[in-house]
Design a protein around this ligand. Sequence first.
Ligand code: G3P
Length: 191
Amino acid sequence: LWPLWGLVPLGYLSGSWLGALWVCRLAGVADPRGEGSGNPGFSNVLRLYGPRLAGATLALDAAKGMPVLWFAMVLGMPPWAQGMVGLAVLLGHSFPPWHRFRGGKAVASAFGVLLVLTPWVALCCAALWVLLAWRVRTAAVASLASAGIAPLASLWLAPDYVLVILVFTLLVLVRHLLNIRRLGKGDEHAL
Ligand code: G3P
């Protein structure tokens, strides 16, 4: 399992580049950390700047962890080890060293990680996210529900990854604590 020592830091570094910041910088618009919900993620970019920049943010954040995960799979690492590499990507996104460890909520990056590890689970989560975002118009509700459904879907679709996905779900939940508090008070940002 020696490659794990290389792939975990590599995963963390890949995750730590925030798509939202690059997209907004390149598009010449204001840093999303100072606007809307203040989150450097695709939902806030969607809210602030529309679907084109949000789509680019989602694509970058989902793609950034893929090469290192493919590598972990090609090397034949067991699911728990692949999961540690995936977790490193999510931790890089949520706690990037370049931004005083203040990053995003790991939804798009988790989607990218799941697309490689368990594509059917990723697609279930994405379908639920789109449905809820469309019906409820609240990104956090869509993200929390998708994070909640992921371990259940993996029980059925990818049982070897249930524990790994549970850990991802916990991280996403913890990153949404402020959203949960706002939802409780009824003043969560609409999409
Ligand atoms: O994908 C992040 C989303 O669940 C919440 O983002 O900007 O509404 O706090 P935001």
